[in-house]
Design a protein around this ligand. Structure first.
Ligand SMILES: NC(=O)c1ccc[n+]([C@@H]2O[C@H](COP(=O)([O-])OP(=O)(O)OC[C@H]3O[C@@H](n4cnc5c(N)ncnc54)[C@H](O)[C@@H]3O)[C@@H](O)[C@H]2O)c1
Length: 345
């Protein structure tokens, strides 16, 4: 007898929604049964590409009628909390796009709503699922680099003005919650935190150097981690042609540099020597094309969410974990605004 498939829905049928659709098409354990967008044609378009699930233009209606087990939240960032909460209140588990929300109040309220309803809340940070990221995390946890000295995130991307003009929520404080860091840089900031641990102190400078947007298109950040290590973040969406995401990790016993999903350098005093590893299918396009996600996308997180629901365990990136990058980015904005160092711990 065929096992019962979990019923999955998607709210928000724009740029990122097909990544969820594609990953769902690859699993045997769930099926996409409903999609929702306030713009009907977008929902219809997504439905046509992914097996013709039911189409809705109102989330409450979809939650009322579609009998969902899991919902992907793919709406503009400042709507995630409202949509996560609506699902939780109907007993539906949630996989939410990054950032989880754009203020800590809204993040915490969404996490709380899921905890109260007893549903799972998973965050999307697909870079954590790269095999190289998992390998690095394991090595760091095992002390491969010894005492950590420096952690650097180089997050230099290219988005032209047309990108910001392509959606009325893009580059706004109200719905994007920020710019180069809260939207694009959040992935690398999450990785840096995952690898290096919590941040104790932050000092930052942000600015809007090229684009006609109210939020930052460029930022430089100085960090002190709870471990005592230092760190920096350089984030921008205004450099042509856009560079690969680069995370540099330096400890007393060696260095690991991750570029996109490949190891650029892994050298330790124990004699490990790895350099310039190539991963098939990975191009620099990710840095300049918002719809390009590279060869590794949402598959692991979608399957993990299914497995978490079935096994009644936490997903790979629970809400509390996805909260961390938002907390740091908000502290960066606060430091830039006040000209003061912000203490987080
Ligand atoms: N994981 C990634 O790499 C990645 C990449 C791109 C975007 N994202 C995230 O995904 C989210 C969406 O980004 P996007 O680029 O797909 O945006 P988008 O503007 O292309 O799509 C958002 C869609 O939500 C719809 N929408 C707005 N309000 C709605 C409502 N109340 N009910 C139903 N639908 C509604 C819009 O009509 C639009 O079609 C953002 O939070 C973004 O940060 C993640």
């Amino acid at each position: 007898m065929e096992k019962k498939k979990l019923k999955w829905g998607i709210v928000g049928c724009g740029v990122i929604a097909p990544a969820h659709g594609k990953s769902l098409a690859k699993t045997k354990d769930a099926e996409l049964v409903a999609v929702c967008d306030i713009v009907r044609e977008r929902a219809e378009h997504l439905a046509a590409d992914f097996g013709n699930p039911a189409v809705y233009t109102d989330l409450d209606e979809m939650l009322e009628h579609a009998d969902l087990d899991i919902l992907s939240v793919c709406t503009p960032s400042g709507m995630h909390g409202e949509h996560i909460t609506a699902a939780a209140e109907r007993g539906v588990h949630v996989l939410s796009e990054k950032p989880l929300e754009i203020t800590l109040k809204k993040v915490d309220s969404a996490i709380q709503a899921c905890r109260k309803a007893g549903v799972k809340l998973g965050g999307v940070f697909q870079r954590r699922t790269f095999p190289t990221s998992v390998e690095i995390k394991k090595a760091l946890d095992a002390g491969a680099l010894g005492k950590m000295v420096l952690g650097t995130a180089c997050l230099k991307y290219y988005r032209d003005q047309a990108y910001y003009d392509s959606g009325d929520w893009r580059g706004t404080w109200e719905l994007d919650g920020g710019g180069a860091l809260m939207n694009q840089g959040v992935h690398g900031i999450d990785l840096l935190l995952w690898f290096m641990g919590d941040v104790r102190k932050v000092f930052a400078r942000t600015g809007t150097l090229l684009r006609d947007i109210p939020v930052e298109d460029t930022a430089v950040v100085s960090l002190e981690f709870a471990s005592g290590a230092f760190g920096t973040i350089e984030g921008t969406t205004s450099v042509y042609p856009g560079m690969d995401t680069r995370i540099e990790l330096h400890g007393e016993r060696g260095t690991i540099i991750l570029e996109e999903s490949r190891i650029n350098t892994w050298k330790t005093l124990d004699g490990v020597e790895r350099e310039q590893e190539v991963i098939k299918g990975e191009g620099a396009k990710v840095a300049s094309d918002p719809s390009a996600l590279g060869p590794i996308t949402h598959d692991v997180l979608v399957q993990d969410m299914i497995d978490a629901v079935k096994a009644d365990r936490e997903p790979l990136i629970p809400g509390e974990e996805a909260r961390k990058a938002v907390e740091l980015i908000l502290a960066i904005y606060e430091s830039a605004k006040t000209g003061k160092e912000i203490t987080l711990l």
